[in-house]
Design a protein around this ligand. Structure first.
Ligand code: DSN
Length: 485
């Protein structure tokens, strides 16, 4: 087989290999790993080769600090010369982002989701706190004393976001993250009885805390969020609603989450990554109403340095792919698969948090099994399934060992798996979980009750992955012979 993709991939690796075979080899090895293991980390996916190739070029060399206005004619506002091609890429990518999500504004420069959240925080702080305090003065020419008053105000604001143990992200106010150091941060939890968000309790807490920013969104919550309700809660206390849709951006783009469950019409600021369910390159983005457009566009110098033009190009390819009608079928299938996986697991006695899922992820509760999430994560990897351990609400094992597992279906859906395959996957999960040694309190490496179970699980994965390929346009045998020997 010699497709254009095969030739391009081989040539690209050959060029790298001439300089650094030590780097070329693990790149090719990763291709084999991702094709042989079940890829079930809920925040990962397989991007297309078009997305990947858009990043593998000289755009990485270009400095383009500043931004480009893209409404109507392109108007560059750069700190560097020679950015015409990057202007065209950034403008096109931002326009596609607005079209895909129905957003008023898109800032496509953030390098990651954490970066996007930091830029969003500072854009809100600049608009809502700094601008009224500064008035028509220029911060750069204010006296030290005058600026100190503004700076104290900026550093004296409150954030209310989902707790880490209730599915929130580190950047939503976790003490070890800068978000809890720059804000006085408060967390809301899911209900202890149902594991679900309790909007009345969040509203009550918001009235007590009176935050500048209310965050909605999650990294590990298996249900839809009612963003219309969250906006009402924010409005009632004068807060800005910021939604982190990093995990479910693909479900928003694919119109699985609509109406009250689509964050874009309800939140003033929406942040995301582009590499999870959205299936693009590793990167971030912020969408907003017009109110925050100008402060977001000044992400540099506000927070960020130079953008990554090669990654913006790949984001553009991703958005164009997601605008195709087939993406809606893909997004719908991700959720059908997660739901089928949850049901098949429960049928086999595996406890699933909240009894199921409405999105791309399933959270498995290991509390009664006598081993930790960390031990289970290792056992799964040994059986060729890559997923991650995760805290569950009110977890007594802490964030390192944990009592849960998080599994996502975005990547397996990309390679064509459907509900029938999810039943096979659930059967392999049950084989692993039911044959791990139960040693309550042990933090040591996991043990098997029956070593044959691991072989059985691995055979199950091999049988499945023989029928699916992440990159049908690539001939792995040829690549393996040439680069792995
Ligand atoms: N690390 C991502 C996740 O796995 O959810 C979020 O940053």
């Amino acid at each position: 087989m010699s497709t254009p993709e095969q030739q391009a991939f081989e040539n690209l690796i050959a060029v790298v290999s001439r300089v650094a075979p030590e780097i070329a080899r693990p790149i090719v090895q990763e291709l084999f790993d991702q094709g042989r293991n079940l890829k079930m980390i809920a925040s990962e996916n397989y991007s297309s080769l078009a997305v990947q190739f858009a990043m593998a070029n000289l755009l990485t060399d270009k400095y383009a600090e500043g931004y480009v206005e893209y409404e109507g004619d392109i108007k560059p506002r750069r700190f560097y010369a020679g950015c015409e091609n990057v202007d065209a890429i950034e403008a096109q990518t931002a326009r596609w982002a607005c079209e895909l999500f129905g957003a008023e504004h898109a800032y496509v420069q953030p390098h990651s989701g954490a970066d996007a959240n930091l830029i969003a925080f500072w854009s809100i702080l600049t608009n809502r706190v700094e601008a009224p305090a500064v008035g028509d003065k220029n911060p750069a020419t204010m006296s030290h004393e005058e600026w100190e008053v503004v700076r104290q105000k900026l550093g004296n604001q409150r954030l209310l976001g989902p707790g880490l143990y209730s599915g929130g992200h580190l950047t939503h106010g976790f003490r070890h993250n800068v978000s809890a150091k720059m804000f006085e941060a408060f967390s809301y939890s899911v209900s202890e009885e149902t594991g679900l968000l309790d909007y009345d309790a969040i509203a009550k807490q918001a009235k007590e805390v009176k935050p500048l920013i209310l965050i909605a969104g999650y990294s590990a919550y298996p249900r839809k969020v009612d963003f219309a309700k969250m906006r009402q809660i924010a409005d009632d206390v004068g807060a800005v609603l910021m939604v982190d849709m990093a995990h479910f951006a693909g479900l928003v783009a694919g119109k699985v989450f609509t109406g009250d469950f689509d964050p874009v019409p309800h939140a003033q600021v929406v942040t995301t990554t582009t590499h999870k369910t959205l299936r693009g390159p590793r990167g971030g983005m912020v969408l907003s109403t017009k109110e925050f457009r100008d402060t977001l566009n000044r992400g540099c110098p506000l927070v960020a340095g130079g953008p990554l033009p090669h990654v913006m190009a790949a984001k553009g390819v991703c958005f164009k792919e997601a605008l195709q009608p087939g993406f809606r079928d893909y997004a719908a299938q991700i959720v059908k698969n997660a739901s089928a996986l949850a049901a098949s697991l429960e049928k086999r006695g595996v406890k699933v948090l909240t009894g199921g899922t409405e999105n791309h992820l399933v959270l498995i509760d290991l509390t009664d099994r006598g081993y930790t999430g960390r031990q289970a994560e290792e056992a799964f990897r040994e059986c060729k399934i890559t997923l991650n351990r995760n805290t569950i609400p009110f977890d007594e094992n802490g964030a390192w060992y944990t009592s849960g597992l998080r599994a996502g279906t975005a990547a397996l859906t990309t390679i064509g798996m459907k509900e029938a395959e999810m039943d096979e996957v659930a059967s392999i999960y049950a084989t692993i979980l039911d044959h791990m040694e139960s040693k309550p309190g042990s933090k040591a490496k996991h043990l098997w009750k029956d070593a044959g179970a691991a072989d059985k699980a691995r055979d199950g994965v091999d049988a499945l992955m023989k029928r699916f390929s992440p990159y049908p346009a690539l001939d792995l045998d040829t690549l393996g012979k040439r680069f792995l020997g």
